[in-house]
Design a protein around this ligand. Structure first.
Ligand code: HEM
Length: 120
């Protein structure tokens, strides 16, 4: 499941940049389609994330909760940036949030929380 989760957010990241560049080159329709596919991947990220969430309470539970909030925050910034780019509005505040949330989630996922794609 961890592999599915990682694959899902890597694909989402790629689709996000594809949608951005399509928007920049004026291919609005293409960008809209990619954004629709991206939204399906949001559901895959959330679904696999929920499945990885432990069913018992532990000292780590608070970090898991922060991880979920961080993950949802990243997804929120993806969608905000894309919809604001499409409407030619400023995105810098959301880019800062994206970087902060992404760094937080990578740190929690790889360094704090125990499950790893390295363990079978
Ligand atoms: C784009 C958003 C997200 C990114 C970039 C992301 C990234 C990661 C990373 C890097 C890991 C660790 C993988 C490893 O150690 O091999 C991970 C694990 C995990 N993620 Fe996400 N994630 C995102 C969204 C979510 C969401 C929305 C949820 C919850 C609904 C979630 C729940 C989890 C859980 C429970 C784990 C297992 C942590 C552990 O026990 O080690 N993630 N994620």
């Amino acid at each position: 499941m961890i592999h599915a989760h990682i694959t899902a957010w890597i694909v989402a990241l790629i689709l996000f940049f594809v949608a951005l560049s399509l928007n920049k080159s004026g291919k609005i329709k293409g960008a809209k389609i990619v954004q629709m596919i991206l939204r399906v991947f949001y559901l895959v990220i959330i679904g696999t994330g929920i499945m990885l969430f432990p069913h018992y309470y532990s000292d780590l539970t608070k970090w898991y909760i922060l991880k979920v909030i961080g993950g949802l925050w990243v997804i929120g910034t993806f969608d905000m940036i894309l919809s604001r780019v499409a409407r030619n509005r400023r995105t810098s505040a959301f880019w800062i949030q994206f970087i902060v949330a992404f760094a937080l989630v990578l740190y929690l996922g790889f360094a704090v929380l125990p499950q790893s794609f390295l363990t079978p």
